[in-house]
Design a protein around this ligand. Structure first.
Ligand code: MRU
Length: 357
């Protein structure tokens, strides 16, 4: 199941519309950059690596549908498409990472004709998508070493196939352990307010046959304090150079509860999520989403909040690196001190990409 892909007939960016899950599996075809940007903003596609791959295909789409006949007008079209795509969501670093990677590939090309640029951008977007799957499987193998037979783990948000091109990051680790025959059991944080855990992670775990229960986010501390949890696994949307992590709102509280109960807290991420230009988490932009995502909750068919209530809705929080037991990346498991470990991992991953070209 690929979450996002290129559809040559069209041309179009094809994706599973995650807003309709778990009820319906519907694929939508997006034929303009504006449609791709709106799909990211409205979370038809979400999850940092999936957003990155979608933006890459979005830029390839801009080139494919551009009517430019010379390289200057092609670059004008690409600049405007990049600006639209970059503005879709602010926190996940994979979005800008993917756009920059496509642009630098095209800039370095000898042949800058519009047709050559179209071809290069599509090839590079496809490469990003294919690499993502390989990266996730590598993280799965490294991370599964951290899971023992019969472990119960807590997972936050959705970091599975749906949050990536395929297979997943933190959920990919859990999936690998399960595929290796370990009897892993998952407590699925429901992940208010968008409920990615209850809607998406539970749906995926069901498909993979991994035993699990959904818990309300505020129950995690209870299970951690009773000694029932071997480890917590989460993904990341952006990691600063010192190892501070921006991830789905609620991650920080989970990390605090894990720390207090001496339960390992693991963050699983491709190196494309590391932003070495930011020295700490304080510099990571945090997306504020529509308050209606918090307020539009019904119980037994009735709205929960009083009609005139206001709400605050930060989509992500920052977990300080001191609360993190290890990072799992595609080049291995990284332990503290994180600044050197992350910089080294980014360098090694970059060298691998260069060597493959
Ligand atoms: O708002 P979302 O659903 O895009 O947030 C997704 C998350 O926070 C994930 O945990 C993160 O992207 C890592 S997913 C591989």
């Amino acid at each position: 199941m690929r979450t996002v892909m290129w559809e040559a007939e069209g041309p179009a960016v094809r994706m599973i519309d995650q807003r309709l899950l778990p009820g319906e599996v519907v694929r939508i075809d997006l034929r303009t950059v504006e449609e791709v940007s709106e799909a990211i903003r409205d979370m038809a596609v979400r999850g940092a690596p999936a957003i990155g791959a979608t933006a890459a295909f979005g830029l390839a789409l801009a080139a494919a549908v551009s009517e430019a006949t010379d390289s200057d007008s092609m670059w004008n079209d690409l600049d405007s498409a990049s600006a639209t795509l970059s503005a879709s969501r602010p926190t996940a670093s994979n979005l800008v990472w993917a756009l920059q990677r496509l642009r630098s590939r095209a800039v370095a090309a000898v042949d800058q004709s519009p047709q050559a640029i179209r071809q290069l951008l599509l090839e590079e977007a496809q490469r990003i998508a294919d690499e993502d799957v390989e990266t996730n499987k590598a993280m799965g193998r490294f991370g599964a070493e951290l899971i023992g037979d019969s472990d119960t783990v807590i997972h936050h948000c959705n970091t599975g196939a749906l949050a990536t091109v395929d297979y997943g990051t933190a959920l990919g680790v859990i999936r690998t352990a399960h595929e290796q025959g370990k009897r892993v059991h998952v407590l699925v944080d429901e992940t208010r307010p968008r409920l990615q855990g209850a809607k998406l992670t539970a749906w995926e775990l069901d498909r993979y046959g991994v035993p699990h229960e959904i818990i309300s986010d505020n129950a995690a501390g209870y299970f951690l304090s009773r000694g029932q949890v071997a480890a917590c696994f989460v993904g990341a949307d952006r990691v600063a150079a010192n190892g501070d992590v921006a991830n789905k709102i609620g991650t920080y509280m989970l990390a605090l509860a894990a720390w207090d109960n001496e339960v390992p807290f693991y963050v699983v991420l491709p190196t494309s999520t590391v932003d070495l230009s930011l020295s700490s988490g304080a510099e990571i932009p945090i997306e504020e989403r529509d308050p209606r995502e918090v307020l539009d909750l019904e119980h037994e068919g009735r709205p929960v909040a009083p009609a005139d209530s206001k709400a605050l809705n930060p989509a992500f929080d920052i977990t300080p690196h001191r609360l993190i037991s290890a990072f799992v990346t595609e080049v291995g498991v990284l332990r503290s001190p994180y600044a050197d470990a992350l910089a080294g991992a980014v360098r090694r991953a970059q060298e691998k990409i260069e060597a493959a070209h």
